[in-house]
Design a protein around this ligand. Structure first.
Ligand code: NDP
Ligand code: OXD
Length: 309
């Protein structure tokens, strides 16, 4: 049995090592593969070139290296009959929770202001606000949004979440559907975007929706750049409607060197690095899933093509 791997960053040796440890009967083939295409049973990929996956006639399932799968949807030749599995593994989930907690606390504790004051050698305290006086609103209460909410709870923030279907999560006020978006945004002092990119969520943060946030709210985008209309965010930052932003993802990646976001005083930029799968735990997740599939059970975390995520 063979798995073909096209990774985002060079970690071919690490994939090999952990597949050898957890499933020695599965051979790792690192892309580009010049052996017979019939030999490939599974693919584990990030941004495969369009048309690549249809080359393998015996492929049984596609594993995405990321939680997001729009990099696969953009291939018009993606074989439509093949199951696609999202990456849902503890390393990726914990990394995202760390980034969200870090960013929420950064804005909650006025670090953008202290960063500016530090550069100006200005000594001066800002009145602290109790965590219980702020609401963190999470757009998307899936694998990553739920975990981030759980990690934020011990700090005492009020928590709210918005999803397609209603949720019953302890300590999290649930909002769902387009009809409840306005109420949800209206109470989100710190807004975290953890939605998948779909036709319904693209551009969801724009001039109209940013105007619904409490004045001075912080925006943390760790989902996809295309969730935000960047020109609208910049205008909202300039007017003070949005007080600060932590942005990990952008319309264009890498962020162009002449983007005004690099040196904007109210923006913190990271290079799409909020979280990534940890090879050891990611391989365990894939191996468990393959073993389920080979024994006739359903794959876990399958993409629903109709919903788009
Ligand atoms: P999930 O599929 O588990 O969760 C998606 C959530 O979004 C669900 O709660 C879903 O609602 C909700 N949702 C989807 N569409 C809508 C809609 N139209 N209206 C309201 N809610 C909606 O995804 P994950 O949590 O695993 O991942 C989220 C995203 O995070 C990924 O798609 C990826 O883009 C991004 N990501 C970014 C990383 C980075 O490094 N920056 C790393 C990893 C992921 P419901 O529960 O009702 O289905
Ligand atoms: C993902 C990502 O979707 O890293 O997992 O962006």
């Amino acid at each position: 049995m063979n798995i073909l791997i096209k990774s985002d960053i060079d970690r071919g040796d690490a994939w090999d090592t952990f597949f050898a440890k957890y499933k020695p009967d599965l051979s790792v083939q690192i892309w580009p593969h010049d052996g017979p295409p019939e030999d490939i049973d599974y693919a584990l990929v990030w941004e495969p070139p369009a048309g690549e996956l249809k080359r393998y006639p015996n492929l049984k399932a596609i594993f995405s290296i990321g939680a997001g799968i729009e990099h696969l949807f953009s291939d018009p030749e993606l074989p439509p009959h093949l199951p696609v599995v999202r990456m849902v593994e503890p390393g990726l989930t914990n990394g995202m929770s760390e980034y969200v907690v870090l960013s929420v606390l950064y804005h909650h504790r006025f670090m953008l202001d202290y960063r500016r004051r530090m550069r100006e050698r200005q000594w001066g305290e800002i009145q602290q606000v109790a965590a219980s006086a702020r609401t963190v609103g999470i757009l998307g209460l899936g694998a990553l949004g739920r975990a981030a909410a759980q990690k934020l709870a011990p700090f005492g923030f009020q928590l709210a979440g918005w999803s397609r279907s209603p949720k019953d999560l302890p300590g999290v006020e649930s909002f769902h559907g387009e009809g409840q978006l306005e109420a949800f945004l209206g109470r989100s002092d710190i807004l975290v975007c953890l939605l998948p990119l779909t036709a319904r969520t693209e551009g969801i943060l724009n001039a109209a929706t940013l105007a619904l946030l409490p004045r001075g709210a912080a925006v943390i985008n760790v989902a996809r750049g295309r969730h935000i209309v960047e020109a609208d965010l910049l205008a909202a930052l300039d007017s003070g409607q949005v007080g600060g932003a932590s942005l990990d993802v952008f319309q264009q990646e890498p962020l162009p060197v002449d983007s005004p976001m690099w040196d904007h005083p109210r923006i913190l930029v990271t290079p799409h690095a909020a979280s990534m799968p940890i090879t050891d735990t990611a391989v365990q997740y894939i191996v468990e899933n393959i073993e389920c599939f080979e024994s006739g059970q359903t794959l876990r975390n399958l993409v629903d093509f109709d919903r788009g995520y």
